[in-house]
Design a protein around this ligand. Structure first.
Ligand SMILES: *Cc1c(COP(=O)(O)O)cnc(C)c1O
Length: 480
C-alpha cells in the first residue's frame, strides 16, 4: 500500500472509529455471538487477490463488532474498567504508523527516552518514591513474573549463572493471599518455585486483607523447617473485592528476612493519581517493585502496564543480553529497556500515554476517577438501605460486591438457609441482565457462594447510568 492510498483509507477508518464510538450505547453490552459464529463468517483460506478497503470496513461492522463485549459502553460494569480513551487511541495509531523498532536505545532513541520521561511523569503524579525507576511492560502478569524472577535471583546471588534453581540447597517460598489475581500463582509456577512453595496467607474475614501476624507465622514456620522465604506479593485492590493488604505492616516483616516485596496494584493503581488515595500504598518506599495498569481504569488503550522498581540493577542482572550485533558506541550511557524485561523487541507504548496525558490532562482524569468513586459509594448506600440486599465486602474503591437475598433462602438476620437456592437465584438474575444486553455485571464466587461484582468506571458511565443500573438490578432480582 502506497502512502496516498493509505491516506484515503485511514481517513475512512478514523470516521468509522468515531461513528462506532458514538453508537456504542445502542449496542448490546455483552456480545451475543455463540462459539464459532465469528469464524463461520470468514473464508477458510486467505484471499488470493486484493480486496477493496470498503469490503474490509463492512466486515468490521458485520463480523467484528457483534463479536465484541462492549467494554466502552456506559452500562459496562464487568470484570474491571478497561477504558480505551480516544486520546490514547490516537497515540497508538501514531505508534503503528511510525513502525519504530524498539530493540536497543539506538534503534529508536525517542522510543526509549519518551518512555523514560512519561514513566517519570506518572511516578511523580502517583507519589511513587522519586528514587525509583519505571518501565512499561505489556501486562501486570508479565510484571509480576519479572519481579519474581528478580526476587529469585537476588536471593540466590544469581544462581542462573551457575546451576540455577536445580542446584539450590533449600526450597524458596513465596507468600500472598487467596484473593491474589490468578497471574500471581501462575508467575510463581513459571518462575520455578513450584506450587508447593506458594503460601496462601490468612486474611481478615471482612476486609479480605492479609493478616500480618499470619504472614510472620508462616515465614517463621518455613524458616524453622529449613526453607528460604524469598518474596511476598502484596495485593492493593484485589480482583474480587478490591481488598487492600496492609503494605506498611508487611514491609518490616519481609525486610527482616531480606524478602522481595512486589506490590500488585494492577486495577487500583489508577487511584494513586488522586493525592487523597495515596494511603493505599503507605510503606511503598520499603518495597521493591510496584505494578499498575494505565490500561484499566485510567484508560490508556491496552496494553500498558507500568512497573516501578527501587533498583533496576536487579532486572538488568537477571535479563541483560549482549549479542555482538546489538553493540553500539553509546552502550553504558543509555537505558536499554530490552534488559528490563523478557522480550527483546518492544512497541512504542509510551506514545499512547504521552498523547492521553497531553490531550486529556491529568485533572480531567482525576475528576473522572473521583466521579467513579462517588458513584460506587452511592450504589453501596442504596444497596445497604434496601431490604433483602446486602453489600458483601468493604467498598474501598469503585467495585461494589452485592447480593439479593430472597426471604425463603436467607433468614432476616442474614443466615443462609438454602445456599444452593441462593446461588441459583443469583446466577439466574445476573444471566437475565447480561443476556438482555442492557448492562453487564460479573458474577463471582465469594466465600464459596455466588455474589455479583459491579465494577464502576467505564469512561462514559455517569451517575444517571448508575442510578438506572440500580433500578435494573432491583426490578430483575426482585421479580425472580
Ligand atoms: C487485571 C489484574 C491483573 C492482571 O493484569 P494483566 O495486565 O491483564 O496481566 C493482575 N492483578 C490484578 C489485581 C488485576 O486487577
Amino acid at each position: 500500500m502506497e502512502p496516498e492510498e493509505f491516506r484515503a483509507a485511514a481517513h475512512a477508518l478514523v470516521d468509522w472509529i468515531a461513528d462506532y464510538r458514538e453508537r456504542i450505547p445502542e449496542l448490546p453490552v455483552q456480545s451475543q455471538v455463540k462459539p464459532g459464529d465469528v469464524a463461520g463468517l470468514l473464508p477458510v483460506s486467505a484471499p488470493a487477490a486484493p480486496e477493496s478497503f470498503d469490503a474490509v470496513l463492512r466486515d468490521l461492522d458485520h463480523v467484528v463488532v457483534p463479536g465484541i463485549t462492549q467494554v466502552q459502553h456506559p452500562n459496562y460494569y464487568g470484570w474491571f474498567p478497561s477504558n480505551a480513551t480516544l486520546s490514547s487511541v490516537l497515540g497508538d495509531f501514531a505508534t503503528a504508523g511510525l513502525g519504530a523498532l524498539g530493540i536497543t536505545w539506538q534503534s529508536a532513541p525517542s522510543l526509549t527516552e519518551v518512555e523514560e520521561v512519561v514513566v517519570a511523569w506518572l511516578r511523580e503524579l502517583t507519589g511513587v518514591p522519586e528514587t525509583w525507576y519505571g518501565v512499561i511492560q505489556d501486562t501486570a502478569s508479565t510484571a509480576c513474573l519479572v519481579a519474581l524472577l528478580a526476587a529469585r535471583e537476588r536471593a540466590t546471588d544469581y544462581s542462573e549463572t551457575r546451576g540455577g534453581l536445580q542446584a539450590e540447597p533449600a526450597p524458596m517460598t513465596v507468600y500472598t493471599t487467596e484473593y491474589a489475581h490468578s497471574s500471581i500463582p501462575k508467575a510463581v509456577a513459571l518462575a520455578g518455585f513450584g506450587m508447593d512453595n506458594l503460601r496462601v496467607v490468612e486474611t481478615d474475614p471482612w476486609t479480605r486483607a492479609l493478616r500480618p501476624a499470619a504472614l510472620a507465622e508462616a515465614i517463621a514456620a518455613d524458616v524453622a523447617e529449613g526453607r528460604r522465604p524469598v518474596a511476598v506479593v502484596v495485593n492493593i485492590g484485589t480482583t474480587g473485592t478490591t481488598a487492600v493488604d496492609p503494605l506498611a505492616e508487611i514491609v518490616p516483616i519481609a525486610r527482616e528476612h531480606g524478602m522481595w516485596v512486589h506490590v500488585d496494584a494492577a486495577m487500583a493503581g489508577s487511584a494513586l493519581l488522586l493525592p487523597e488515595q495515596r494511603g493505599l500504598v503507605d510503606g511503598l518506599e520499603g518495597a521493591d517493585s510496584l505494578t499498575w495498569n494505565p490500561h484499566k481504569w485510567m484508560g490508556t488503550v491496552l496494553d500498558c502496564s507500568l512497573m516501578y522498581v527501587a533498583d533496576p540493577e536487579h532486572l538488568v542482572r537477571v535479563m541483560a543480553t549482549d549479542p555482538s550485533y546489538l553493540r553500539s558506541t553509546v552502550d553504558g550511557s543509555v537505558t536499554q529497556f530490552k534488559d528490563w524485561g523478557i522480550p527483546l523487541g518492544r512497541r512504542f507504548r509510551a506514545l499512547k500515554l504521552w498523547f492521553q496525558l497531553r490531550l486529556d490532562g491529568v485533572e480531567a482524569i482525576r475528576d473522572r476517577l473521583r466521579r467513579d468513586l462517588a458513584n460506587a459509594r452511592w450504589l453501596a448506600d442504596q444497596v445497604e438501605a434496601a431490604p433483602r440486599w446486602r453489600v458483601l465486602a468493604p467498598v474501598s474503591l469503585q467495585t461494589v460486591v452485592l447480593r439479593h437475598e430472597p426471604p425463603d433462602v436467607v433468614s432476616p438476620d442474614g443466615e443462609v438457609l438454602d445456599g444452593a437456592a441462593l446461588d441459583a437465584h443469583t446466577l439466574s438474575w445476573v444471566d437475565a441482565i447480561n443476556d438482555s444486553g442492557r448492562a453487564f455485571i460479573t458474577p463471582a464466587k465469594l466465600d464459596g457462594r455466588w455474589s455479583v461484582r459491579v465494577s464502576i468506571g467505564a469512561e462514559p458511565t455517569t451517575a444517571a447510568d448508575v442510578a438506572a443500573l440500580w433500578d435494573l438490578l432491583r426490578s430483575t432480582a426482585e421479580r425472580g
